[in-house]
Design a protein around this ligand. Structure first.
Ligand code: FAD
Length: 355
């Protein structure tokens, strides 16, 4: 028989968003557990490719309460530094993270929510879902994907450029992952970088710091009824981190338009031109990992769950944290998740007090 536990709040997911929720729930004296499917701390950062570096300095990549330390010799810390920081964060605040626990479904159970996991059941008065997007890579339906004979992988499976030495690799996607992976590959491979629209590089002096400030200015403007500043999207898409800047300045990072289809040996464009490719890497984004919430039947437009702040509009006992701007401005970043986590924890504490 699987054990049944009763607790005020279950946080699902022990990445940065789940930990930020835990920090604020702990502060408010709410009883909670964090259930995380990974065997160790660090969330999605454990699976980043070897050369990935943050696009913000350490002090601009911190969760509430504890500033990320500077990484020796690096302005922009690498993914392992973030994993170490998140592990330290859990230890410092004694966050009750249970691993590995995979949540299968959240169900309504009278006044409680029942959280069914592979190693037990939790009955809770409220749930925070903070499961991220990394486990749901998205690849668009491009014709011929099934006939291409080379390797196809997604951002999540990319490790290092050395795996593609002397190969011709097609990188698809005009965002930060596409630009960084294309730049990284130029060390060992020939690269074709295919993007749906011409890539929009941010000015070289703009990094995650400035993006966060732009997002904050927009939030303030909207809160006070001032004119919309346009926020981050108005600045561009791609942060010119040093390796991207170097590849771009060396003329190695030129984008081609998106191809029309894949043939057995590579992509073919609308005008009939083609290149031979050994591999296609899809840097085409992610979708929120929400399948465990399916029993609550809350999905709306575009597969998102409608929210008011972080609270599921149709289920006040459920909060969603960290998936993207629809769960709080910049909530999918290290520095941005603190504020929505604080608001979610406050609302949950109020809900528990009121019952
Ligand atoms: P995750 O880190 O994915 O954590 C979610 C956790 O929930 C995981 O441990 C997962 O195993 C667990 N989980 C999932 N489903 C279940 C389930 N059913 N049951 C139990 N557990 C479950 N942000 C920055 O601030 N700075 C950057 O420079 C930056 N660079 C980025 C570069 C790339 C390539 C990408 C993809 C993102 C980047 N981000 C950056 C964005 C962001 O910080 C990350 O996406 C971040 O990992 C999101 O944190 P999270 O806690 O929401 O999700």
């Amino acid at each position: 028989m699987t054990p049944v536990h009763t607790i005020d709040v279950v946080v699902i997911g022990g990445g940065q968003a789940g930990l930020a929720a835990g920090f604020h729930l702990r502060r408010l004296g709410v009883g909670y557990v964090i259930l995380d499917a990974q065997p160790s701390a660090g969330g999605a950062w454990q699976h980043a490719w070897e050369s990935l570096h943050l696009f913000s300095p350490a002090t601009y990549s911190s969760l509430p309460g504890m500033t990320m330390s500077h990484q020796l010799g690096e302005t922009y810390p690498d993914a392992q530094h973030v994993v170490d920081y998140l592990a330290d964060y859990e230890r410092r605040y004694g966050l009750p993270v249970h691993r590995p626990v995979h949540v299968l479904g959240v169900h309504r159970d009278g006044p409680l929510l029942r959280v069914d996991a592979d190693s037990g059941t939790w009955q809770a008065r409220a749930v925070v879902s903070a499961t991220g997007t990394w486990s749901r890579p998205f690849i668009p339906a491009v014709p011929g994907r099934e006939v291409f004979q080379g390797r196809q992988l997604h951002t999540v499976n990319y490790g290092s450029s050395e795996d593609f030495t002397e190969q011709h690799v097609v990188v698809v996607g005009g965002g930060n992952s596409g630009a960084q992976i294309a730049a990284d590959l130029t060390a060992h491979a020939d690269v074709t970088w295919a993007t749906q629209r011409p890539p929009r590089f941010l000015a070289d002096n703009i990094d995650g710091r400035a993006l966060f400030e732009a997002a904050t200015a927009r939030r303030r403007a909207l809160e006070t009824g001032a004119a919309d500043t346009g926020g981050v999207a108005s600045l561009g898409d791609i942060v010119a981190v040093p390796p991207v800047r170097a590849a771009r300045d060396a003329g190695l990072l030129k984008a081609s338009p998106m191809f029309a289809r894949l043939a057995a040996d590579g992509p073919v464009w609308q005008d009939g031109s083609a290149v031979r490719a050994d591999a296609v890497i899809w840097c085409t984004g992610f979708r929120p990992a929400l399948s465990h919430l399916a029993p609550l039947a809350l999905r709306g437009h575009r597969g998102h769950i409608p929210t008011t702040g972080t609270r599921a509009t149709a289920e006040p006992r459920l909060h969603l944290l960290g998936y993207g701007d629809w769960t709080g401005p910049a909530s999918a970043t290290l520095i941005g998740v603190g504020r929505p986590a604080r608001d979610a924890a406050r609302e949950i504490a109020e809900l528990l007090d009121s019952r």
